[in-house]
Design a protein around this ligand. Structure first.
Ligand code: PDD
Length: 277
């Protein structure tokens, strides 16, 4: 396989990282995960736009333009001969310099991107998944897709150890998002989700769900809800690039309705399928 770096495209084995890489030492960088279905990027431009916004938020200036990056990523896809469902992982850090918390004098970011196969989560999409609730202990700039994922990692691990697919995060009882997904609640045929403030990552799939709702005439309300509201929901679902739209059928010990995916969730899944064909 091939990897795209800031110095060009190399074979996987040729890419090594220096010890004093700021991404490793400080988590000083940003990243994106982009879906590919049957070898085609899905919403690539939206992801790259967010990458530039994340980079600007940490005062990292990207040394190449969006068009150039898209060309390089298409080349990477061709070289890897990707035909199946996959994801692209791309990260950019402030580079590698002698260790010092303050920024280096030079703007010399490190970038790498690679593609790995990833099947659709068909089973989860059809039958739904279990989740747990856990405290959101992250910082106040969650709108930045930064490499600092330790709170997310700990939350997801807790979910896995308790036999669940995802951890739903809350701040004092207010649901923010999942450890690596956005969370939606359906009540009386209306879709609710946390507003796109600095407390959450504004997911690309989240923005698409908003669009699908508009197209389908489903009211979409960007209003935070509580952990109690979760238990009383008609339907719950989560979204992310890797998961698409997955119904949530259980939160801790509470089974949501009958434990079967609901009609609104299914309608949005159908809209997603149509949009990504
Ligand atoms: N995570 N919120 C968080 C904290 C996330 O990490 C993600 C995605 C999302 C959903 O964003 P999007 O719809 O753009 O994928 C929300 C990626 C997939 C990851 O870290 O693997």
């Amino acid at each position: 396989p091939y990897v795209l770096t800031d110095r060009g495209i190399f074979r996987y084995e040729q890419v090594t990282y220096p010890m004093e890489e700021r991404g490793l030492q400080f988590g000083d960088g940003v990243y994106e995960v982009v879906r590919l279905y049957r070898g085609t990027y899905v919403w690539l431009r939206e992801h790259l736009d967010r990458l530039y916004r994340s980079a600007a938020a940490i005062r990292l200036s990207v040394p190449f333009g969006c068009e150039e990056l898209i060309e390089q990523l298409e080349e990477l896809r061709r070289l890897n001969d990707v035909q199946e469902d996959a994801i692209l992982y791309l990260q950019m850090t402030r580079g590698s310099f002698p260790r010092n918390h303050a920024f280096p004098a030079e703007n010399r970011p490190n970038l790498y991107a690679y593609i790995q196969p990833m099947a659709r989560k068909t089973e989860e999409m059809t039958h739904g998944v279990r989740t747990i609730l856990t405290k959101d202990v992250r910082w106040e700039y969650c709108y930045i897709k930064s490499l600092n994922l330790l709170p997310n990692v700990l939350a997801k691990q807790e979910a896995v150890e308790r036999g669940a697919f995802e951890a739903i995060l809350h701040r004092d009882g207010v649901v923010t998002e999942g450890s690596s997904s956005n969370i939606f609640l359906v009540k009386n045929e209306t879709v609710y989700t946390h507003p796109a403030t600095a407390r959450i990552l504004n997911g690309i799939v989240r923005t698409k769900v908003k669009q699908f709702c508009a197209e389908l005439g489903i009211p979409f309300v960007e209003e935070a809800f509580s952990t109690n509201d979760l238990r009383e929901a008609d339907e719950l679902f989560l979204t992310s690039t890797t998961s698409a739209i997955i119904p949530i059928i259980q939160v801790d010990e509470t089974v949501i309705r009958s434990g079967a995916p609901g009609a609104v969730t299914k309608a949005l899944q159908a809209a997603y399928r149509q949009a990504t064909q």
